[in-house]
Design a protein around this ligand. Structure first.
Ligand SMILES: Cc1cc2nc3c(=O)[nH]c(=O)nc-3n(C[C@H](O)[C@H](O)[C@H](O)COP(=O)(O)O)c2cc1C
Length: 309
C-alpha cells in the first residue's frame, strides 16, 4: 500500500476520509475551523479543563458496557482523532479493523480465555485466585471491537526516524490508540484494551498479513458508568505509584527537582478526594495572581463540572 494514496484506515481511501471529515465538520461535530487554526495561545480555561477531564476520567472499561449501538458518526470522529496522532516520519502506520460480527468476536474471546489460562501459572501463587476473579475483557458485551494494527512496511525505503529505532512505528500506533481512547471518553464511549491474546492466533483469525502487527484489540461501546478508579485498583491488584518518586533529575536515578516534586505531590493530594471523586489540577492562567504558586490548585470537581455543562 502506498501511503500517499491510501490512508491508514483499512480499505478506505483518502477521499472517503476527507468526506467523513467534511460531513462531521458540516454537522458541527468535529474540528471547526477555529479549533484547527494555528495559534500560539493555550486553550481557554474551560477547554483546558475539558482536556484534563478526559485524561483523568478515562477508564479501561470491561464491566459496564450497555447494549446501545454506537452511531457511525461518533465512531468516525473517534477514528479521525486516532488518525491525527503523531507518527514517526508522518508514516501513519495504522489501520483500524472494525469487528462487529458476533461469531467472530466469540472466537476472539476464546483466544482470550486460552491466553488467560496460559498466563495464570506465571502469576505469583497468592495472586492467582484474584486474577481469576478479575474481569479483563468485554469482547462480546461491547457494541463492537476494533483492532488497531501497525503496518511495519508502510514507509519501506524511507525510514525517517526509524533507522536506529525501528520500533517507533509501534509507538506511533500506540499514540493513535490513546487519541482514540481519550476522544471516546469525551464522547461517553467506553474502551477496554485486551492484550491477553496470542498475537499469531489473532492475526490468523483476522487475516492480518505477516508484516502487520496487531497493536491493540479494543472493546468499544456505550457504558452505564465510568468507574472513578481503575478496576485493578478497586480490586486490590495495584495502586497508582507516587509520581514524585518517578521523577529523576538530569540522569537516571539522578536526585534533585525537589520543588517540582513537592508541587507534584500537592497535586496528588488534591486528586485523592473523598468519595472517589477526582479533581483535576487547575492549569495556571497566563498571569496567576501574586499569591498563587506557579501551579495553583482550584477545586474543580469533575463530576460537578459535567453537571454544570
Ligand atoms: C497496553 C495495554 C494493555 C492492556 N491490556 C489489558 C487486558 O488485557 N485486560 C484488561 O482488563 N485491561 C488491560 N489494560 C488496561 C489496564 O489494566 C488499565 O489501563 C490499568 O489498570 C489502569 O486503569 P485505567 O485505564 O482505568 O486507568 C491494558 C492497558 C494497556 C495500556
Amino acid at each position: 500500500m502506498i501511503p500517499s494514496q491510501k490512508t491508514g484506515l483499512a480499505g478506505i481511501d483518502i477521499r472517503m476520509v476527507r468526506r467523513i471529515s467534511r460531513i462531521a465538520i458540516a454537522r458541527g461535530h468535529a474540528m471547526p475551523e477555529a479549533m484547527t487554526a494555528p495559534t500560539g495561545d493555550g486553550f481557554d480555561q474551560k477547554a483546558r479543563d475539558a482536556v484534563y477531564r478526559a485524561m483523568f476520567t478515562r477508564r479501561d472499561v470491561r464491566s459496564h458496557f450497555t447494549s446501545e449501538a454506537i452511531d457511525d458518526e461518533v465512531l468516525a470522529r473517534l477514528l479521525l482523532a486516532a488518525h491525527h496522532a503523531p507518527s514517526v516520519g508522518f508514516m501513519q502506520p495504522w489501520n483500524f479493523i472494525v469487528i462487529r460480527d458476533v461469531a467472530r468476536r466469540e472466537k476472539v474471546r476464546d483466544l482470550f480465555l486460552a491466553a488467560r489460562e496460559q498466563e495464570l501459572p506465571e502469576m505469583e501463587a497468592e495472586r492467582q485466585a484474584l486474577y481469576r476473579k478479575l474481569k479483563l475483557e468485554g469482547i462480546s458485551e461491547s457494541a463492537l471491537n476494533i483492532c488497531i494494527t501497525c503496518d511495519r512496511e508502510r514507509s519501506k525505503g524511507s525510514p525517517l526516524g526509524r533507522w536506529h529505532n525501528p520500533e517507533m512505528d509501534l509507538y506511533s500506533t500506540v499514540c493513535a490508540v490513546q487519541n482514540f481512547w481519550l476522544a471516546a471518553r469525551a464522547e461517553g464511549v467506553g474502551v477496554g484494551w485486551v492484550s491477553i491474546i496470542e498475537a499469531h492466533a489473532l492475526k490468523a483469525l483476522l487475516s492480518i498479513p505477516g508484516h502487520v502487527t496487531p497493536v491493540a484489540y479494543l472493546c468499544v461501546g456505550r457504558v452505564s458508568q465510568f468507574a472513578p478508579r481503575p478496576d485493578l485498583e478497586t480490586h486490590g491488584w495495584g495502586q497508582r505509584l507516587p509520581l514524585p518518586e518517578l521523577i529523576m533529575s538530569e540522569t537516571y536515578r539522578g536526585q534533585g527537582e525537589a520543588p517540582l516534586k513537592s508541587t507534584v505531590a500537592r497535586l496528588k493530594s488534591v486528586e485523592a478526594e473523598p468519595h472517589g471523586q477526582r479533581v483535576a489540577p487547575a492549569v495556571p492562567q497566563r498571569e496567576p495572581p501574586k499569591e498563587a504558586s506557579a501551579l495553583s490548585f482550584n477545586s474543580l470537581n469533575l463530576e460537578d463540572a459535567s453537571a454544570s455543562r
